[in-house]
Ligand binder design. Structure first.
Ligand SMILES: Nc1nc2c(ncn2[C@@H]2O[C@H](COP(=O)(O)OP(=O)(O)OP(=O)(O)O)[C@@H](O)[C@H]2O)c(=O)[nH]1
Length: 391
């Protein structure tokens, strides 16, 4: 990767973001402060977790965001009021996660569903796949149709949950059946425009983290730019796969555009666990305020199958985790330099987000430069990747 990359980052990135940035993915102190001082600070975008009683909502939230071990969820008590969880202090994911009690009564006049759905980015509906799901499908239909009428911009996500108890064939069959019935119900109600996404999940493996990653990615307006930066980074560094991870939750907020296979994702998650555990045990200094993850965080693990895992700090909450071949790792100097450029680019992406939020200034897009060699054009295209509009 050449110096050009850095130069273009400085110029074009700033120009390539829309002025209506504001979705909450913050990663630097300054931005956090900015958000906290803004009038909408208490009004962070929401991810709602809904579904019947005992479907697994609280377990999902605790396992993904609070490091609870799956076995401990057996002792969770039933939720009897809306539980609002603000995870932004420890995580890049700057949302409120609202866990609803199993039986929300939409007809209860004290339940102001319009207010709730208006500020919602994603509604996750959890269906217990080990149970009879007919009632859950009825509730799903009622919930999404109400929410869609109030706010058609919501992403509707259905977690077909607890699939650890199902055989592979049964999983596929259950997903097909739920998909079919839910969409038939929507078609009967003339709600074809309402799109449902389905995921097979379990807290006993990485599927719940993968599904949550996809949900969160849809809410990140910078995603296309992050993907383009990752593509450029890996193609110029001989890396096979790279994930940008939220360290606390192990959600990946972006990856390059090659397909994600579960094994690679699990390997990278495990690496984060190893790094944090080792840092906690051996790495804490007296003056480090107990932070196991900081600017110095860096790890290289060589596996016995000529694969190398490489982890490096990107921001306070984010880490880049890469998978590469041993022979590519011989050019470590190049990888480190490219990483330096990549890190700088990521910081600029979110600084732009922060400054546009702070000033509300209009930012004009500049056309991509058509001059230069192929690589320069590729970089230019990445820098001008169109961020998604806000939900
Ligand atoms: N096998 C299996 N059990 C799960 C999974 N997720 C949650 N459970 C179990 O499901 C039970 C109910 O989980 P909760 O998280 O309390 O369910 P909830 O939807 O929050 O329930 P309410 O608070 O009553 O609405 C617990 O015993 C969990 O251990 C999963 O992926 N697989």
């Amino acid at each position: 990767m050449s110096i050009e990359y850095e130069e273009q980052l400085a110029g074009s990135l700033v120009d390539s973001f829309p002025k209506d940035f504001g979705y909450g993915v913050e990663n630097m102190d300054m931005m956090q402060e900015n958000l906290e001082n803004s009038p909408s600070a208490d009004n962070k975008p929401r991810i709602l977790l809904m579904g019947l009683r005992r479907s697994g909502k609280s377990s999902i939230q605790k396992v993904v965001f609070h490091k609870m071990s799956p076995n401990e969820t057996l002792f969770l008590e039933s939720t009897n009021k809306i539980y609002k969880d603000d995870i932004s202090a420890s995580s890049f994911v700057n949302f409120h996660i609202w866990d609803f009690p199993g039986q929300v009564d939409f007809f209860d006049p004290t339940f102001d569903y319009e207010m709730i759905f208006r500020g919602t980015g994603a509604l996750i509906f959890v269906i217990d796949a080990q149970d009879d799901y007919v009632e859950a499908l009825g509730r799903l239909h009622l919930t999404v149709s109400r929410a869609f009428r109030v706010n058609p911009e919501i992403n509707f996500e259905v977690f077909i949950h607890k699939v650890d108890g199902l055989s592979d064939d049964h999983k596929i069959e259950t997903q097909r059946d739920i998909h079919q019935r839910a969409n038939d119900d929507l078609a009967d109600a003339s709600l074809e425009k309402l799109h449902l996404s389905f995921y097979l999940t379990s807290i006993y493996d990485h599927s719940i983290f993968e599904a949550f990653s996809k949900v969160v990615q849809k809410l990140i307006p910078q995603l296309p730019t992050l993907e383009n930066l990752l593509n450029i980074f890996i193609s110029n560094s001989g890396i096979e796969k790279a994930f940008l991870f939220d360290v606390v939750s192990k959600i990946y907020i972006a990856t390059d555009s090659s397909p994600v296979d579960m094994q690679s994702y699990e390997l990278c998650c495990d690496m984060i666990d190893v790094v944090i555990d080792v840092s906690c045990i051996y790495g804490l200094k007296d003056d480090s305020n107990g932070n196991a993850y900081d600017k110095e965080s860096l790890a290289i693990i060589k596996l016995n199958n000529t694969t190398v895992l490489y982890l490096k700090e990107v921001t306070k909450f984010l880490a880049l985790v890469c998978i590469l071949r041993e022979e590519s790792f011989e050019r470590k100097g190049l990888i480190d330099y490219n990483f330096h450029c990549f890190r700088k680019a990521i910081h600029e992406v979110f600084e732009v987000s922060s400054s546009t939020q702070r000033t509300g200034a209009a930012v004009q897009s500049s056309p991509p430069s058509s001059s230069g060699n192929g690589l320069a054009r590729l970089k230019s295209a990445a820098l001008n990747g169109t961020p998604r509009s806000m939900v």
